[in-house]
Design a protein around this ligand. Structure first.
Ligand code: ADP
Ligand code: MG
Length: 273
């Protein structure tokens, strides 16, 4: 009895809560399976590691601040014929994050840009990467608030610590000069340090209008597209399409393509200059 109390106290001070919880059960199972001490320890350590990993993923998902829980599993590639499934699955393996590359998703509203951005971000969290989700407006606001409160350095160091930052909806709302400048500073800071996923309804040619300043837009695009994977997403809004499918009128569905269909504009575009 005394040794048990002592053991649990040691395990607690070693911060091995799963050992505390599981050691008796694991010992029983090992005895039944005729396994020795080393296997007992291995099984227990395996449980502890698995539990730690599960908690770490949970923590990273929480800290990312995703607005919803979209997953790749829930993405209907048949309804998005221009999106190359193979390529998205490759991106979900996150090699590009390790290489400090960026992903830009361009397309009209409702085609699944935010869905895919969140899904890729969640996958990155599961792979041990730290992620933060912002809308472009939210990011500009965070900068403005930080500046007011002189917390800019803290915000920037928080941002610099992440492996991947998602900037959703760039271009939906024209930004004022101050906000555009903040975003410019943000993109500069991330350049070759932090990977980005940017979703936008704007073709690159229209960025100067939204950013209000030709030179700044040019410099920003330069940084963002230095090493970039562009996913062009076109077509009808998924919600409208889904509405039409479930409606009474004969369905006017969009083209349904093979999962692996290689749509126009789907070429890999990794500029390295
Ligand atoms: P966008 O960001 O391009 O405006 P969203 O990602 O917000 O579009 O998509 C709008 C809604 O439609 C979301 O609820 C999203 O989950 C859903 N959606 C869009 N495209 C697909 C798809 N191909 N498969 C499943 N759901 C989709
Ligand atoms: Mg969106």
């Amino acid at each position: 009895m005394k040794s048990r109390v002592l053991l649990e106290s040691h395990l607690k001070s070693l911060k091995l809560p799963t050992f505390v919880r599981e050691y008796e059960k694991t010992a029983r199972q090992c005895a039944e399976a005729d396994q020795g001490y080393a296997e007992f320890l291995l099984n227990l350590a395996g449980l502890e590691v698995a539990e730690r990993q599960r908690k770490a993923v949970h923590r990273r998902l929480k800290q990312a601040g995703f607005p919803s829980e979209k997953e790749l599993d829930g993405f209907d590639f048949g309804a998005a014929p221009r999106v190359n499934k193979k390529r998205v699955l490759e991106l979900s393996r996150c090699g590009w994050v390790a290489n400090r590359e960026n992903v830009v998703m361009v397309g009209p509203p409702g085609v699944g840009k935010t869905h895919l951005a969140i899904a890729l971000g969640r996958e990155a969290c599961r792979r041990g990467l730290t992620v933060r989700f912002f809308t472009a407006v939210g990011l500009a606001t965070a900068y403005a608030e930080a500046r007011e409160e002189r917390h800019l350095l803290r915000l920037e160091s928080q941002i610099a610590k992440r492996d991947l930052i998602i900037v959703d909806e760039l271009g939906y709302v024209p930004l004022g000069q101050g906000a555009a400048e903040n975003l410019f500073n943000f993109f500069s800071r991330c350049y070759e340090r932090t990977s980005l996923i940017v979703t936008t309804n704007l073709p690159f040619s229209e960025w100067p209008q939204v950013l209000g300043d030709e030179r700044m837009a040019g410099a920003l695009l330069d940084r963002l597209t230095h090493r970039v994977h562009v996913l062009e997403m076109a077509g009808d809004s998924y919600r409208l399409k889904a509405g039409r499918r479930s409606g009474k009128r004969a369905a006017v569905t969009g083209p349904v393509a093979d999962d692996e269909a290689e749509g126009p504009g789907e070429e890999e575009e990794v500029r390295e200059d």
